[in-house]
Design a binder for this molecule. Structure first.
Ligand code: IFM
Length: 732
């Protein structure tokens, strides 16, 4: 089972892509896969999840911490690094099983062959701990200086976010800085242990604090430096500077070795449950494992109430905000392994309820309208002008924030999935039901009663396909509204039977009696576009079929500038049937039981050629539905595209000067969904684990585990059946 990602040779053009591809993270922070000597020009960053800052006039985004991995060498007083010298050999690798980043680089400096090896990680056992082992070998007697410290001159997209740098030297090197807007404190400390004698001195400038370790090495000697790092910020500790100290004081070689071990043990346990093995297709096998790696490094195992941004912890793109990506694309895989983690993620939405209420009220509605680009406590960071027109350079009005109302329903959908899968109703009583009721109340106040048709319509909305704004009766949105309202009514009734006092208290607290009655009255009058009786097609929104019928390829030829935005008021796609991503097909995937095979197939065949797949959320949904209609041959390419998105780096990374790249956790989750829910056909039916394998031709077998109702199942899928074994028995 391949678990090593390796790239050999050094190509500076790959630096940005490798920063994402070789990411290590632990749910608390992400360390971009740049090299130790790199700085902000190479987009080196330690991205702090959930800690945001705003510089006046710029977008609000997460903060990057000072970089404590910053290290380079001087060989006989001359700096030697990838930024100054061509390497003789270079390789960078990532061990997925231990979430450890490795590099090995050798330089020929006159007749001295100098080799630098480093490995580093962000501990999964103690999330404030980061570890670096740095090793230098020389073939000639050398005066070697290892310069290592904390680089506070960090890369920011909309910064600088840190100010008022405080520096301390001594056995613990520490840099503490303050964010601009809210004065949050970020503190980074480090200690080093060397296996050789050295002379030490410190240097500092405004944003950099370095220790210089000077060695006299004999020919053939190797020096190894162990570095332990602590990072805390104000969300985690009232005194972040002080919090770092106990972690670092008294560090020894043995204690650092123990920290490495503890980290590896956590990962061993994680993979034991989550790994998937695809036999017969090594490329797919590795791509799926890599996708699972990307998801696990960013999952907030350590803290409830934190969620996952759309670009994970790979940087500040998309303002470090949480989108529907988490609920609809990442939660399914997490749910099958770790319901506690899903609870952590859902808690984030429960905690966001006050701001969701405020957002609804700000538009004149009642209930809860959750943030489209959600930051801490549910603050909506979506800009009214999310796109810049390439021709006029003017910000373009977009309606993602105002009209993508399906977000509240997406959250309800995820809550319901959680309860159905775990049977844990305690989350409902601890805020979950309030989210559902307030989402339903929002839709109740949003829906428009069309008297001549005696039905409720969702007008002026924006569905998953972001190229068509402000449409009427988007099927996806309307279906999610109907689902939310039905869920609110049914769950309240069901829960009231088991927990009458608690439910009565919630209804009273929300003053919901009348609204509950109203929801019951309108529930079966909500208009959701249905398949046409002849064509079996569901129209994406009113008037969609009347738009110009063309393809993404044709639109590409119409572009005057390759970076033009396709949607909005004047985009090339806006007046055509070309859509950005799965929309009606997404709805049919979520509610597949309500459609016949023929309806699913006809819609797939209609919408796919009209889909640009301009979002990394699209391919997996087409792959899933292709599996559902028994077309695994169609599904395979969508699976590979989804599973390899962060390996190939083939998505856009820059729009003009704006960096928009990063990792794609929704696609990573989508890869698992296509493989396990699609190709293996895993489903829970009548509280039973069921499978309906429809494997791609070259896959001989898929082996994986899931945890359902506290029981771990080992599952093996073949072309002609499946084997489900409750553990501890080993199956494959
Ligand atoms: O949530 C998605 C959206 O559906 C399409 N644009 C990018 C967002 C973040 O991934």
């Amino acid at each position: 089972m391949k678990h090593l990602l390796r790239e050999t040779g050094y190509d500076p053009k790959q630096t940005v892509h490798f920063g994402n591809k070789f990411l290590v993270a632990n749910g608390y922070l992400g360390v971009r896969g740049t090299l130790e000597e790199f700085g902000k020009k190479e987009l080196a960053a330690i991205n702090l999840g959930g800690l945001y800052d705003q510089v006046p006039g710029k977008w609000r985004e997460p903060v990057n911490a000072p970089n404590p991995f910053f290290t380079f060498i001087r060989v006989d007083h001359q700096i030697v690094s990838l930024l100054t010298h061509k390497p003789q050999k270079h390789q960078q690798s990532l061990d997925l099983y231990t979430a450890t980043h490795h590099r090995e680089t050798s330089f020929q400096i006159k007749d001295n062959h100098v080799t630098v090896k480093a490995k580093r990680t962000a501990s999964a056992a103690e999330v404030h701990t980061l570890l670096l082992e740095y090793q230098v070998t020389v073939t000639k007697a050398t005066h070697l200086e290892i310069v290592t410290g904390i680089d506070g001159d960090v890369w920011d997209i909309n910064g600088p976010h840190l100010t008022d740098y405080q520096m301390e030297t001594g056995p613990i090197l520490q840099m503490t800085a303050t964010t601009q807007a809210k004065g949050e404190i970020v503190s980074v400390g480090e200690v080093v242990i060397s296996d050789q004698q050295y002379q030490e001195y410190f240097t500092m400038d405004q944003k950099q604090l370095l220790r210089h370790l000077a060695y006299e090495l004999a020919a053939g000697e190797t020096v190894t430096l162990q570095k332990q790092i602590a990072i805390y910020h104000s969300h985690e500790a009232s005194d972040p500077r002080g919090a770092c100290r106990p972690d670092l004081e008294g560090a020894t070689e043995a204690s650092i070795a123990k920290a490495w071990q503890a980290h590896q043990q956590v990962w061993q346990k994680r993979w034991d449950l989550t790994d998937v093995t695809i036999t017969g297709d090594d490329e797919a096998d590795f791509a799926l494992r890599y996708s699972l790696y990307q998801l696990q490094i960013i999952a907030p195992h350590h803290r409830s109430g934190l969620s996952i941004p759309a670009r994970g912890l790979s940087g500040q793109t998309y303002k470090g905000a949480v989108f529907w990506d988490t609920e609809m694309f990442m939660m399914p895989v997490f749910l099958h392994h770790d319901s506690r983690l899903v609870r952590h993620l859902l808690q984030y939405r429960i905690d966001s309820l006050p701001l969701a209420r405020q957002k609804a009220a700000s538009y004149g509605f009642r209930g809860a309208f959750f943030a489209w680009e959600s930051q801490e406590a549910g603050y909506d960071a979506t800009s009214d002008y999310n796109v810049v027109d390439v021709f006029t350079k003017r910000p373009q009005r977009t309606y993602f924030k105002d009209k993508q109302i399906h977000i509240s329903g997406d959250i309800v959908y995820a809550l319901k999935q959680y309860v159905d899968y775990t049977k844990d109703e305690s989350l409902l009583l601890a805020g979950g039901l309030e989210v559902i009721l307030e989402a339903a109340r929002f839709y109740l106040s949003y829906l428009y009663y069309k008297s001549e048709k005696d039905r409720y319509e969702a007008i002026d909305v924006l569905g998953p396909d972001e190229y068509h704004e402000r449409v009427y009766n988007n099927a996806y949105t309307s279906k999610l509204i109907q689902f939310t309202i039905e869920t609110a009514v049914n769950l309240t009734d069901a829960l009231a039977m088991r927990y009458p006092a608690e439910v009565a208290a919630i209804i009273e607290k929300l003053d919901f009696e009348e609204d509950l009655f109203a929801l019951k009255v309108i529930a079966d009058k909500i208009y959701v576009p249905q398949p046409n009786s002849e064509t079996e097609l569901v129209q994406q929104f009113d008037g969609y079929f009347q738009l110009e019928d063309t393809t993404a390829a044709v639109l590409r030829q119409r572009l005057l500038d390759p970076k033009e935005y396709w949607g909005g008021a004047y985009g090339v796609a806006s007046d055509t049937q070309v859509i950005k991503q799965a929309d009606t097909i997404m709805m049919q995937y979520l509610f597949a039981d309500e459609y016949s095979q023929s309806q699913l197939e006809k819609n797939w065949l209609y919408y796919e050629p009209r889909t640009e797949h301009g979002s990394s959320l699209s391919a997996c949904i087409y792959g899933l539905v292709a599996c559902m209609i028994g077309r695994q041959d169609w599904a395979y390419d969508y699976f590979m595209k989804t599973a390899q998105v962060d390996l190939t780096g083939e998505s856009k990374t820059f729009a003009g000067d704006l960096y928009i790249g990063g990792t794609h956790p929704a696609a990573n989750g989508g890869a698992w969904m296509v493989a396990i829910l699609g190709f293996c056909g895993l489903a829970i039916k009548n509280n039973q684990v069921t499978l309906q394998p429809r494997l791609p031709k070259k896959w001989a077998q898929v082996a994986f585990k899931i945890k359902y109702q506290g029981q771990v199942y080992q599952i093996c899928c073949f072309h002609d059946g499946a084997k489900i074994t409750p553990l501890p028995t080993t199956a494959c």
